[in-house]
Structures are given as structure tokens and as C-alpha cells.
Write a protein that binds this ligand. Structure first.
Ligand SMILES: [Zn+2]
Ligand SMILES: [Zn+2]
Length: 402
């Protein structure tokens, strides 16, 4: 059956049995056994030369040969539980058996489960063919929708790529990306695509419960054909192009402000990261940015942010305060500087976008397609409540009359 180790080859089977018996009884020092039988091994390793235990009656289901197990050392003997395995293929049994055959069986089972899950996904998310009309939606919904479809839809509008699969940024920052996707989904402007693989979902009781926002591929609405999807996108595009002149400005400007705040948060995040300052924006930060955007362009607010972060970093290094304390000074500093600049009617520099955070698709659709602004959309202040009658910041009503 199993071969005898070459270092024991000079011994008879009876001698080997005798050595093993004496080794496990333990009356003789191992060193003496090794010397007596002229075995070329460190005494501590003697047991590793012993022929394996043969588990009669236990067969490898694949190779049909009897399983064996390695003999333990003397000190392991008390707690030793033999682990029989197939000397040919290594099969050990159990859920995690590493043998080739068990691996293949597991793969087949996994594939079956995956196919079953795919069928469930397909059933659950089958397109309904339900008609959607672009004018049933809020302008904001449609801006986000167009922004996503522009960068994500494939050639024939059959699906929209997952956020993780995109090169370009959807919105100014990742938190906002998530809000945008959830919103589009809730409004029915995008629907979960049956192309998604099961790993995009968490399943409860065999049903897909949640999806990973950044990994999900989408259908455009619930349209049955690419042609219908394409027509709808075209309709939305036309609608947005015309919307600025027809919509009440009171409707558009809060949306502008919302996107502008996200742009500022993204810039703030980058600056904080550059100085390893911890950052978790809350309502206070948003309020400060919102206020700063009254009369100042996004690019000018970048200037205030940049200065405030520099200040916090210097404060941290110079004054030996905690890094959290330093980071917490940022919103207050922005606010103070904005107020001073406003009171003094200072000329504030307009910063450019950070190269690492180029203009997002949402910003492009909003600034360029909807508002017809030139440039990057960060150069002009939001025009709904200028703090003064400064001719440099005309009121929106004047702007519209132009
Ligand atoms: Zn086997
Ligand atoms: Zn196996």
C-alpha cells in the first residue's frame, strides 16, 4: 500500500512496527531509538517518517482508494483526531475540501444558485413598458436624469452603466451621486436592469432586497424598446434646453444653489484631505457655504475655502491643538472671511476647479444645457438674492430681461 520512507528503508516492517510502538509508549528516549536503529533524522522529526495510518473502509469517492492520515507526534497523541485524506487527489471531505473534484462540484452548485438568482432578478425587474411623460417630473429630476444618461447610456440606450463603471463624475461628489441615483430610481426615471448580476443585491429569503447604488446597471424608465428610451431622452433634452426661459426662476435658483453647495463641499473635501484634516460635513458647514454663495460665485467660495483650510492646517501645526479642533475651525473661518469681504465690498479672486475634481455631468447639464452659461459654471454668482445693489451682481430679473 503506502510506501516506506527512504530513511526507514533499511529496516524490516516488524522493526518499523516495533519503533512505532516504543515511540508512542514513550519509555525510551527518542534519541536512543534513532541511534539504535540508525535512522538519519532529528529525534523530534522521527514520527514524520512513520507510514501513515490506513483507514480501512473509508474510500475516496472519486478515486475509490482507501484514505490515509498522517501519524501524530507523541505530544499530539492525547488530542489527536486523525484527518483521513485521499493519497491520490487529496480529498478530505467537508465543505471546504480543497481537492479538484470537490472544487468543481462547488463551482457547479454556485453557478446553479447564480442562475436561479438571475431568474429571480429578471422576474422581479422585468420592464413593465409603462409610459412615462417628461412633463410629469420636476425639472431637477430631469436634469439629474439627463446628466446620468449622457455619461452612462450605452450606444443603443439599452442600459445605463453603473456609477462604478463610469469615467466621468455624475455629480460634484459621491454622497450626492448616491442621492441622485436613489431619487431617479424612486421617481421611476431609471429602473433596475435585469442585466445586473446577483452580487449587486443583498437577498433576504431568496428575494433581492437592496441594491448597491454604485454597482447597479439601469434601464431607462421601464421602456420595452431602445427606440422608446431614446425618444424619451430626446424629449427630456429638448425640454431642458427650453426650460430656463419658461420656468419660474424661483424654481430654478434653489436647484442651482443646491448643486453649488455640493461643488463647494467637494472642493472643501479635497482641501481637507490634502492636509489630512478630518472632515464630516454637517448642517453647519452647509449653512456657511449657502450663505457664502449669496453674492459670491462658486469659484470665489473656493477662494474662501482654500484660505480657511490653510489657516486650520497652520493653526494645527503652530499651536499644537488637536487635529479635530483645527478642522472644526474651518466653517467659522469661512464665515468670518465672507462677512468681512462682504462688509468691505472686497474684490474676491475666482478660483478654478481643482484638476482632481473636474466638472461633473450634473453641473454641465445644469450650467450649460439649462442655464446656457459659458465657462465652467463656477464663475458667476447665483443671482437670486444679491446682498447689495452692486452692479457687478445684477438681480435675476434684470438678467432675464437682457
Ligand atoms: Zn481521491
Ligand atoms: Zn474533496
Amino acid at each position: 500500500m503506502s510506501s516506506i520512507h527512504e530513511k526507514l528503508a533499511h529496516l524490516s516492517l516488524e522493526q518499523i512496527d516495533q519503533i512505532m510502538a516504543r515511540y508512542y509508549i514513550g519509555l525510551d528516549p527518542v534519541k536512543r531509538l534513532v541511534e539504535e536503529f540508525r535512522i538519519d533524522v532529528y529525534p523530534n522529526n522521527l514520527y514524520s517518517l512513520f507510514p501513515p495510518k490506513i483507514h480501512e473502509g473509508q474510500q475516496c469517492p472519486y478515486c475509490k482508494i482507501t484514505l490515509i492520515s498522517i501519524m501524530p507526534s507523541k505530544s499530539e497523541l492525547q488530542t489527536y483526531v486523525p484527518k483521513p485524506f485521499c493519497p491520490d487527489c487529496g480529498h478530505q471531505g467537508g465543505e471546504h475540501c480543497q481537492c479538484i473534484s470537490c472544487g468543481q462540484i462547488r463551482m457547479i452548485r454556485e453557478e446553479e444558485t447564480r442562475v436561479q438568482k438571475m431568474e429571480i432578478i429578471f422576474e422581479a425587474f422585468k420592464p413593465s413598458g409603462q409610459k412615462i411623460e417628461s412633463w410629469d417630473f420636476d425639472l431637477e429630476d430631469l436634469v439629474y436624469f439627463l446628466a446620468y444618461v449622457r455619461i452612462g447610456a450605452n450606444e443603443d440606450f439599452h442600459f445605463v452603466e453603473s456609477l462604478d463603471g463610469l469615467e466621468q463624475q455624475l455629480s460634484p461628489n459621491r454622497n450626492f451621486d448616491e442621492q441622485v441615483i436613489q431619487r431617479l430610481w424612486q421617481k421611476g426615471l431609471i429602473a433596475i436592469h435585469e442585466l445586473n448580476t446577483p452580487d449587486v443585491f443583498t437577498f433576504i429569503d431568496g428575494k433581492p432586497e437592496r441594491f448597491f447604488t454604485f454597482k447597479t446597471k439601469w434601464r431607462i424608465g421601464s421602456f420595452l424598446t431602445s427606440q422608446e428610451a431614446r425618444n424619451f431622452v430626446k424629449e427630456v433634452e429638448d425640454y431642458i434646453r427650453e426650460a430656463y426661459s419658461s420656468q419660474d426662476r424661483g424654481d430654478i435658483l434653489p436647484r442651482w444653489e443646491k448643486i453649488a453647495i455640493q461643488e463647494c463641499l467637494a472642493y472643501l473635501q479635497l482641501q481637507m484631505d490634502d492636509h489630512n484634516l478630518p472632515f464630516s460635513p454637517g448642517e453647519k458647514t452647509e449653512m456657511v457655504l449657502k450663505d457664502a454663495l449669496q453674492g459670491y460665485s462658486i469659484g470665489q467660495v473656493f477662494y474662501f475655502i482654500w484660505g480657511a483650510v490653510q489657516n486650520a492646517a497652520a493653526f494645527y501645526q503652530r499651536d499644537g491643538i488637536s487635529i479635530h479642533h483645527a478642522a472644526n475651525t474651518v466653517p467659522g473661518t469661512i464665515q468670518r472671511r465672507v462677512e468681512k469681504a462682504r462688509a468691505g465690498n472686497w474684490n474676491i479672486e475666482t478660483y478654478r476647479r481643482d484638476r482632481r475634481s473636474p466638472q461633473s455631468s450634473v453641473s454641465q447639464v445644469f450650467y450649460t444645457t439649462l442655464m446656457k452659461m459659458t465657462g465652467q459654471g463656477i464663475e458667476r454668482p447665483i443671482l437670486f438674492s444679491p446682498p447689495s445693489d452692486d452692479p457687478k451682481t445684477p438681480r435675476i430679473s434684470e438678467k432675464i430681461k437682457e
